[in-house]
Design a protein around this ligand. Structure first.
Ligand SMILES: Cc1cc2nc3c(=O)[nH]c(=O)nc-3n(C[C@H](O)[C@H](O)[C@H](O)COP(=O)(O)OP(=O)(O)OC[C@H]3O[C@@H](n4cnc5c(N)ncnc54)[C@H](O)[C@@H]3O)c2cc1C
Length: 507
């Protein structure tokens, strides 16, 4: 807390009470008057069953996005905790070379490792160098099912190393998935982990959508909030955009910040021609093969996060992939309990998609999975490995013949493309950089308009070769620390006198 009672605390609005947004709130709440605006509901102080259980989630917790080119559903959480309130709780760090390749001062592996350590309480390796034991996010490894055991033996038989800690720098091989699940299968995301420490220190406005930033003479004066069918202006000395890799670029574009061609075509007044807003979208293409286990009990009675094989299919380019089996039923409620899903993911994709708003201001998502030939080739390799695993397990009597072996055809890659899904790892749409085209600078300040930061998955220049939740948490931590330094060392500009400082004052 500041000890200078004459100093007015800056008013900060955080747009999005999701993964990174809640961590930012935790970092700055002692030094600023913080209001979080979250489009979805507040999951509440008493944790509801659905937030812990990885199954049968209510539709109202999701945004209504689809891939404009394929019709594929694009899942995004719309609730406090954001995507971590609906995700699979695989808690994997990126590789050191991921962050070093960003080539942004302050964001190398040496800078990021302390952030990963600060957010976690790793019950297995918390006392090791590079890990943490006192953070808000519990990390553990679940016990293996019989299917996990046979998978580990298969992977070792193909020459893959056993990895004790998949979150150790440079880990490649087969081992336990690190997870932020508790009690062998209950998700403990940002809402469960960070909201208890934040709730009494901030004002949380749920079920309210920020439509646009209010920008006057190159300075952000606040946000326009839509709630209960009305729009209100909420003044702020500083606005943090933490609306995620779909929500944040859409909000900037609605505010007149984006490609001039796009905005002029939509009749939106141009504030800043910044074509990079909404481009550079990266996601990990993902797919499952469904196969019945011979032993009805072998898949275990719990969701994903047993074992993971991560390896490089093109070591020279460090093109990394995932291969892992898990029980089908938590994700396909009408599946037989014996069914196993063999999941594969391409963790280093060069294809790029985009976010552009339409005439109503809603984001049009284009994932563009496997549009680059190099991605197709890498995906073909991991698909062939997954098919070999299934065939070996059928030969060994671990799996039975599947009902729909769609991959047994002349062109399994083409057949796979028709069934491709998103791993849920959209990033990169407001990329950070030191170049003139970057959307935010290395302090995560929006370039060209003062009083705005972007702190969420959208700022990643390149996706990590890992599930993106832990990196989003670490960005929240590091960005929040940087913002706190800015707020406590510089006098934030006072907000426009005529603008309300709390929602409802101009109702
Ligand atoms: C189905 C699914 C499964 C996944 N599984 C995993 C996994 O197992 N492991 C892993 O590491 N990663 C996983 N991910 C990815 C990971 O969860 C995300 O990358 C990460 O949580 C993104 O964090 P964020 O802070 O950028 O955005 P979010 O967590 O999405 O937070 C953004 C918040 O902003 C709110 N918002 C958006 N627009 C507005 C607006 N205009 N006004 C007000 N509020 C707004 C949203 O409602 C949301 O609460 C998964 C993602 C999905 C969708």
């Amino acid at each position: 807390m500041t000890t200078d009672i004459l100093k007015t605390r800056p008013r900060v609005v955080i747009v999005g009470g999701g993964t990174a947004g809640l961590v930012v709130a935790d970092r700055i709440a002692d030094d600023a008057d913080v209001t979080i605006i979250e489009a979805g509901p507040d999951a509440g102080a008493e944790l509801p069953g659905w937030i812990l259980d990885d199954i049968a989630l209510p539709d109202e917790l999701f945004w209504d996005h689809v891939d404009a080119e394929t019709g594929q559903i694009v899942l995004r959480g719309k609730v406090t905790g954001g995507c971590t309130s609906i995700n699979a709780a695989a808690a994997l760090r990126g590789q050191p070379w991921d962050f070093d390749q960003w080539q942004v001062p302050g964001w190398t592996w040496a800078d990021m490792e302390p952030a990963f350590a600060a957010i976690e309480a790793d019950e297995d390796f918390g006392d090791r160098a590079g890990h943490g034991s006192t953070g808000a996010l519990p990390i553990r490894r679940l016990s293996f099912s019989p299917i996990d055991d046979t998978f580990v033996a298969w992977a070792k038989g193909r020459g893959h190393a056993w990895v004790e800690d998949q979150n150790a720098p440079g880990a490649l091989g087969v081992g336990h998935w690190p997870t932020n699940m508790i009690e062998n299968g209950r998700r403990w995301g940002a809402h469960a982990a960070f909201m208890p420490g934040v709730r009494e220190r901030v004002t949380l406005v749920a079920d309210a959508v920020v439509r646009a930033l209010r920008i006057e003479d190159g300075v952000c004066a606040g946000v326009v909030v839509q709630r209960d069918g009305r729009e209100e202006l909420l003044a702020a000395d500083h606005v943090v955009l933490a609306a995620g890799a779909v929500g944040t670029p859409a909000l900037l574009q609605r505010s007149g910040i984006g490609s001039a061609d796009l905005l002029e075509g939509l009749g939106i007044d141009l504030v800043l021609d910044r074509p990079a807003v909404g481009t550079n979208l990266q996601d990990h293409p993902w797919l499952t093969l469904q196969v019945p286990g011979a032993d009805p009990e072998a898949a275990g009675q719990r969701p994903v996060n047993g074992t993971l094989l991560r390896y490089e299919v093109e070591p020279d380019d460090r093109v990394e992939v995932h291969l892992y089996p898990h029980q089908a039923q938590p994700y396909i409620p009408d599946a037989d309990p014996r069914d196993v899903l063999v999941g594969i993911g391409l963790m280093r994709a060069v294809s790029r998609g985009s976010i552009e708003i339409d005439a109503s201001g809603e984001p049009v998502v284009k994932l563009r999975h496997l549009t680059a030939p190099a991605d197709r080739a890498a995906f073909a390799t991991v698909l062939a490995d997954a098919i070999a695993y299934v065939d070996d397990m059928i030969a060994d009597g671990v799996f039975l013949e599947p009902e729909d072996p769609w991959w047994r055809c002349d062109d399994p890659v083409e057949a796979a493309i028709l069934r491709l899904e998103s791993y849920g790892h959209i990033v990169g749409t407001c990329r950070m950089g030191t170049d003139e085209d970057a959307v935010v600078d290395e302090t995560l300040a929006l370039r060209g308009v003062s009083g705005v930061s972007v702190i969420d998955a959208s700022i990643m220049p390149v996706s990590p070769r890992a599930n993106t939740m832990l990196t989003s948490f670490a960005i929240g931590w590091r960005g929040g620390e940087m913002l706190r330094d800015t707020l406590t060392t510089s006098a934030a500009a006072p907000a426009a006198a005529s603008a309300p400082t709390t929602l409802g004052e101009n109702a």
